[in-house]
Write a protein that binds this ligand. Sequence first.
Ligand code: GLU
Length: 481
Amino acid sequence: MSVRVRFAPSPTGYLHVGGLRTALYNYLFAKRHGGVCILRIEDTDRTRLVEGAADALSHTLRWAGIEFDEGPEQGGACGPYVQSERFDLYRKYASDLLERDAAYYAFDTAEELDAMRKRMQDAGIAWRYDRTTMRNQYTLGEAETKRLLAENAPRVIRMKVPLSGEIRFDDLVRGTITVPARDVDDQILLKSDDFPTYHLANIVDDHLMGITHVIRGEEWLPSTPKHALLYDALGWERPKFAHLPLLLNPDKTKLSKRQGDVAVEDYRDKGYFKEALVNFVALLGWNPSATREIFSMQELIESFTLEKVNKAGAVFDTQKLDWMNGEYLKLKSPSALAAELQPLAKQQGIETSDEYLARVIELVRDRINKLHEALPFAEYMFKPLQGYEEEFKAKIWTPELAAPLTTLATKLQDCDFTEATLTALTKDFAKESGLKTGVVMNTLRLMITGRAVGASMVHTMEILGKEESMKRVNAALAAFV
Ligand code: GLU
């Protein structure tokens, strides 16, 4: 049986990082098994609908490198699937469930339901629709039900959950799960406006779309007993289920907006590489049992298995993400990075060639985590010096340095500005003058960059070039002495 999986987001306006992980695991699983991964927009809850959200979702997923099958880009006629275009189907299966006595009509008003809820609360019983006392086709009888339906009285269709016994299903991550039937509610399947709820639309689509594996977040685990019953009632084979562990804040609470960003778009806009974000998210709850942590998409496809998905929640550690992004910064080619950074440089009024930008990126990339940080970090490589960090200057500069530094300036003027010659010259000069090499380098750093922190000084001078470097050394000597 060939694998068919789906990512089924509700279009709420942005892609949650947990959603990215679900989409990614589905995608990896499908690719690993030569199967199909489809995108299905679950927009049955019209009150939560956000204009343009489905397009934004597709766009963000494509940015992350996740391509779906059966989409318009592949020349398919039917994707992404959109539930709001399939309402007739859900109504048909709601009728089927009625005929099979697996669902029933209920006519309760909001006030009646509130009163029931209060009764249960007072009695200390957990909420569950009480079909033995409320107004539904069982308590009202056939004739009254027919009459109410004929006069179009407001009604919903609820699923008929057994009153006792157990519901059992298998989960590829958690093993066999058993739930007492009395803990499962007679879920509404079709609302009074004839719109399906998530549960009905979800199982109908998973069945009709031939989904073999339902891979989704743990928050859907409580819905699964209902889904299992619905598959059984319709005489359909259940798909295999795999529920992915929760994503947690560092304090082990459920990942929330209050403690940081949760939208993939936020991470993209902050300058994280898609490769780093995907790699990082892949390791949230999946353990490849390898000693390394850097995986390309292709390597993820080759190593992904559901057996190695953990049960325990996974902490979303942004420090690790920063580290991982830094690793990608070191892996990528400087010229590709320069091309990526050039538009932002222009926006900031920095006019520079791709070649020069690439050299600066190569110089500083060990010291930053995100590409755009190269611009402020090495501002002095692009713009005239803005001054000297006072504290650093106070620490480094003493009047006794004036004479030896003037000598050094003369020597530099006659020197080739290559790494090798600059290294040799500064070393020899330190020996001759009796100054420590560190002092010589720090003084040059102060004069040329104005800052206490930066990349290797001889490389900085080599890239900046003799003319600009000497202009700065001479200006500093004039200013300091
Ligand atoms: N529409 C649900 C969501 O927003 C899908 C749950 C599922 O995959 O079954 O996550």
